[in-house]
Design a protein around this ligand. Structure first.
Ligand code: COA
Length: 524
């Protein structure tokens, strides 16, 4: 294969990447900007993130999901996709919060808003978390309606989820702070219990302009869908509150009466901080993915007491497997330490089966270029051995979690529990890259294919242009912000946060009943 002469610029250090991440998170946290905030507050309304702070139990964590959804899309004018989702503790109960940001295009739904809303519901359903909808929503963003409305996983899917979760005994509760129009109206209308704020809360299938256009009736918003009308006349809402603060207190009171829903499990061992400081991860992990390092240095800064009981450490050593605890919860860790060979793949499959048999959740730390290629590897059956890992990942019954701590390329993404393999959560570090292959390899493959099809008549200038175009495409599309904008992960987290984030994720699943039907462990 002809080699490209272009070399990629060295990536910035992790400290610079973290500064960028914090800057972008701060930008998004400001919602629709100062002017919209002023208008919102002048109406006596509280900003969405402050509502969440007021709702949650003091000094408890809020695991925000996909804060950078829609980053870089729509000229970056839809921060957070206009919705905040995440898991927090309300009156001692872990809940999924789904909260519209009315300062971003009236809280209307873009394609990424829908994806974020559906993803939050998916997580809630899997963990049986009560859903609290903080409604301030103008329905579908009309210019984008073809990407929001008609398909299975579009807006309608969120109402389907709401109905199914309610029927399955997972509480669905709404508080209406602002305009809930059209699709937005169905969020409260399909909830088990609804609170409405007098003066600002509105629920109507069609707002005054639609009513005027459709039936020539002229009516004001309050008469058509105000809180008094809905609590006294239509019965669409159940509780009238005079202020947002009163509404949030009422919501806390309702959640307090939900019984056992959302109760977090108690750890099985006493949590201990890692002996090695998680802050050091920033300096240990190289952002140049070609630079090798020992992933055990990462594990030691994530797990309790830095204690990691390695499984088969001397066999298939490019895949590190072993047992540990995070915040007192047991976990089986599978982490890349180089390219995956047949030995590493079958060892991974064996370890997954072991964890499945012992009912220990799995954490995948992905930093993988892929499985080994070449004649020797193929003759050794890398395709069937790597398939064993993929098979084991697909059929493991225990909860799986994935963190992209570096590259996530090719079939390595599959064997290491990429999104297609349904990890309960998937987070990325800011140095992560995700694509079928790296820009260097992609440029080489694409130009080589072109040369072959031109059979020696290749125009070198055109080949160089193709090389540059492919490289630019892969650089752009493997960027973690490109990925998180499109909801390919549940958010970009800082390496030092990994331990706490995983602790919360493990706590959410720890109390679940286990599937104890027998499963053999094959020594592969
Ligand atoms: N589609 C497209 N744009 C929408 C929208 C929607 N569903 N809802 C709001 N917007 C836009 C507005 O055009 C405005 O855009 P601009 O800032 O570029 O001018 C921005 O969002 C803010 O809307 P605004 O009406 O000024 O905010 P508000 O707080 O006074 O009212 C709503 C919020 C949701 C009550 C009101 O915007 C509304 O009724 N929207 C239309 C709802 C509707 O008919 N939806 C049908 C969907 S099927």
């Amino acid at each position: 294969m002809s080699q490209s002469t272009t070399t990629a610029a060295a990536p910035p250090p992790l400290s610079a990447m973290l500064a960028t991440l914090r800057e972008r998170n701060a930008h998004v946290a400001a919602g629709g900007g100062a002017k919209m905030r002023e208008r919102h507050e002048a109406r006596g309304k509280i900003m969405v993130r402050e509502r969440i702070d007021l709702l949650l139990d003091p000094q408890t964590p809020f695991l925000e999901l996909s804060p950078l959804a829609a980053w870089g899309l729509y000229a970056n004018e839809v921060p957070g996709a206009g919705i905040v989702t995440g898991i927090g503790i309300v009156n001692g109960c872990a809940c999924m919060l789904i909260a519209n940001d009315a300062t971003v295009k009236g809280g209307s739904f873009f394609a990424e808003t829908v994806r974020k809303h559906l993803r939050a519901q998916e997580i809630a359903e899997e963990h049986r978390l009560p859903c609290l909808y903080l409604v301030d929503c103008g329905g579908a963003f009309l210019p984008e309606q073809d990407r929001v409305f008609p398909d299975r996983d579009h807006f309608g899917g969120s109402f389907y989820n709401q109905c199914r979760m309610s029927a399955a005994g997972i509480p669905q509760i709404s508080i209406v702070f602002g305009g809930a129009t059209a699709g937005g109206a169905y969020i409260p209308a399909l909830s088990d219990e609804v609170i409405m704020v007098k003066g600002t809360g509105r629920i109507h299938l069609g707002g005054p302009p639609i009513v005027k256009a459709a039936i020539h009736e002229i009516v004001d918003g309050e008469t058509l869908g105000g809180a008094e009308m809905h609590t006294q006349v239509s019965g669409v809402a159940d509780h009238l509150v005079l202020s947002e603060m009163e509404g949030l207190a009422k919501l806390r009171e309702i959640v307090g009466s939900l019984g056992e829903s959302g109760r977090l499990a108690v750890p099985t061992t006493t949590p201990t901080a890692p002996k090695l400081d998680p802050d050091e991860l920033e300096h240990i992990v190289p952002t140049d993915l070609r630079r090798p390092y020992d992933v055990r240095e990462v594990i030691a800064r994530i797990v309790d007491g830095s204690v990691f009981n390695a499984f088969k450490p001397d066999y298939g050593a490019t895949l590190v497997t072993g047992f540990a605890h995070i915040h007192g919860f047991p976990v089986g860790i599978i982490a890349n330490n180089g390219v995956l060979f047949s030995e590493s793949a079958v060892k991974g499959a064996h370890f997954i089966e072991l964890c499945d048999q012992r009912q220990i959740p799995l954490l995948f730390l992905q930093n993988i270029t892929g499985f080994m290629v070449g004649t020797e590897a193929e003759r050794g059956g890398i395709a069937k051995h790597s398939a064993k890992l993929v098979y084991a990942v697909s059929n493991a019954r225990v909860p799986k979690y994935t963190v992209l701590i570096g590259g996530s390329y090719g079939a390595g993404n599959y064997g290491m529990c990429g999104r297609g393999f349904r990890p309960r959560f998937l987070f990325s570090w800011p140095n992560a890259r995700i694509a079928t292959m790296s820009p260097d390899v992609a440029a080489n493959v694409v130009t080589e294919l072109r040369r072959q099809s031109l059979k020696g008549n290749a125009d070198e200038a055109a080949i160089a242009a193709l090389d540059a175009k492919t490289r630019a495409q892969f650089e752009e599309q493997s960027d973690p912000y490109y990925a998180t904008a499109r909801l390919w992960d549940d958010g970009i987290i800082e390496p030092r946060q990994t331990r706490d984030v995983m602790g919360l994720c493990l706590a959410l699943s720890a109390g679940e009943p286990h599937d104890t039907s027998p499963r053999p462990v094959y020594r592969m």
